[in-house]
Design a protein around this ligand. Sequence first.
Ligand SMILES: Nc1ncnc2c1ncn2[C@@H]1O[C@H](COP(=O)(O)OP(=O)(O)O)[C@@H](O)[C@H]1O
Ligand SMILES: N[C@@H](CCOP(=O)(O)O)C(=O)O
Length: 324
Amino acid sequence: MTMQQVSDLASLSYLKRYYAPASTGNFSVGFDLLGAAFEPLNGEVFGDVLDIVAESEELSLDIVGRYVHQLPQTSNDNLVLSCFYAFEQKLGRRLPRLSLRLHKNLPVGSGLGSSACSIVVACYAFNEYFGQPLSAHELLQLMAQAEGGVSGSVHYDNVAPSYLGGLQLMLPDSAKLCRALPWFEHWRVVLCYPGTVLSTKAARAVLPQQLSLAQSIAFAGILSRFVSAMYVADETEAVAAIRDLIAEPARMPLIPELAALRAALTEQGVLHLGISGAGPTLFALCSNDAQAQLAAEYLSRHYAKNQDATTQICRLSAQGARAL
Ligand SMILES: Nc1ncnc2c1ncn2[C@@H]1O[C@H](COP(=O)(O)OP(=O)(O)O)[C@@H](O)[C@H]1O
Ligand SMILES: N[C@@H](CCOP(=O)(O)O)C(=O)O
């Protein structure tokens, strides 16, 4: 495997190139059931890119990009290769081998759906390249299984938005699997990754194993309130309902800065500050560009911890995964 620190999209040759965006699981109010895909307003690529470089004798993977150093040293352990074999197994026939290049643009163990992003871009790329043998439904199931293998339990709230785009509500036991909710076009989301790693598995281990009847009703109630407010485009009501009753109380000790940062930003009018996925990335929901700029400056000053940190001002990625 060769590793380059710099992922220069323009200078590298390929047959086909595919991309999947970053995602925020939970969106605070919908633990494991709600997630959104985001793209930087400035047009930067903030998601993983997979190049199909050539057809070849053997399956191989090169990894480049800003966060290559956070991945296992051997590409054999990379999700892109395990997705190839899972895809092949699902098809039930041997596929031509490929020479692949992953641009690892999302930090790992960040709460930005990094593993989901690689899984989505890989499964999407293989399905497109080999003539769409799997339906969107089958492909999404395959992605969710792969994600379950990483985090310890199958959850769709990163793979669904990264694949399909938008703010996706999961529909358990439904043939449709998930549905895109309405969104407010003027909303901006600032994603601030501090540069430290928090594995999803570890952040799931602190969650309560059981909820009381009262907690279950409260969770169903607040999520219903949010979803219905989005459908009737009642922004005040939607924002009031963005509350994490499940994961945040348990994960707060893992992100001790959250309370003070939230108090400071909400005082400035920011609509909400929450944990993106399992953290440590935080997301600030803002009502306009100026507010998002202010939140981005504040978070990068007070939450970024090292050179790996990044802060992005985003809008919803309506499209999700695609060919570039
Ligand atoms: N292409 C890949 N992208 C991200 N993680 C990968 C990839 N390949 C293997 N991994 C492994 O999967 C795990 C992802 O960890 P996780 O905490 O779920 O990250 P995230 O929350 O960012 O999705 C790590 O152990 C990482 O080394
Ligand atoms: N619903 C999951 C989301 C995990 O997202 P990630 O980006 O941290 O992998 C959870 O909260 O555990």
